[in-house]
Write a protein that binds this ligand. Sequence first.
Ligand code: NAD
Length: 263
Amino acid sequence: FLEGRTALVTGSTSGIGLAIARALAAAGVRVAINGLGDAAQIDAALSSVRTAGAADARHFDADLRDPAQIAAMMQAIDAWSPLDVLVNNAGIQHTAALADMPPERWDAILAINLSSAFHTMRAALPGMATRGFGRVVNIASVHGLVASVQKAPYVAAKFGLVGMSKVAALEYAASGTRDSGGVTVNCICPGWVETPLIEPQIEARRAGGSREDGVRALLGEKQPSLRMSLPEDIAALALWLCRREAHNMTGAALPIDGAWTAQ
Ligand code: NAD
């Protein structure tokens, strides 16, 4: 069903995005990757996606803080191949108390973690509706469902992403058919996932101990499983959401959080 379709995964030069790009590639999808990094990191991500099985993979450059660069990227991808699957995954973090949060960090987090998804969805959804098939998978967070201290912009952006995804799910609910797969929009809401994004937070809790001490302290605060997810664990759900059988799974915000939000 997914063979030969086209996907964009934002922020796929690292972490969860790279794992999702690889999972889609293994299902025969041609994958547009995007994300920051030097030439070596971008080449490594591209060859990793090709090795996973992508019929075709290309890097599309765009700094997602800039709507003009996003528009240019979406046009370039459409000229390459109309988009069937859009994964808004790029994200950054900065932890500080609200009163100490630098305003420019607020602007950057809102731009990358929330507004970029508005700009890509705005460009991609009409074509998906016309073709009767489309999948938008937005990588939100448990912080799209509950709050934590020192994360005002991140929590605001992720709650916003969950809300915007529900609006889009409603607007496109009747597009397509059960056979064509329909157009769905969902969020995945991970707890702690082992990627470079959370290293500063592990480091902050080491208290002179090992990295494992830092991980234990971090997960002990909120994630009852006391296990981090792997990027591949998140990718497996993203891939499932792209299947035809998921045509009626839309407007959902699905936690993968070791029972964090069950509390
Ligand atoms: P990561 O740091 O490994 O990857 C982030 C990606 O976003 C990279 O490819 C980076 O180049 C890209 N990016 C950052 N700024 C960009 C910009 N201005 N323009 C284009 N690309 C940009 O992080 P990750 O942990 O894989 O995070 C991926 C997503 O998952 C984020 O939205 C994050 O909020 C979310 N998330 C992560 C965790 C976790 O524990 N790691 C938990 C919940 C949600």
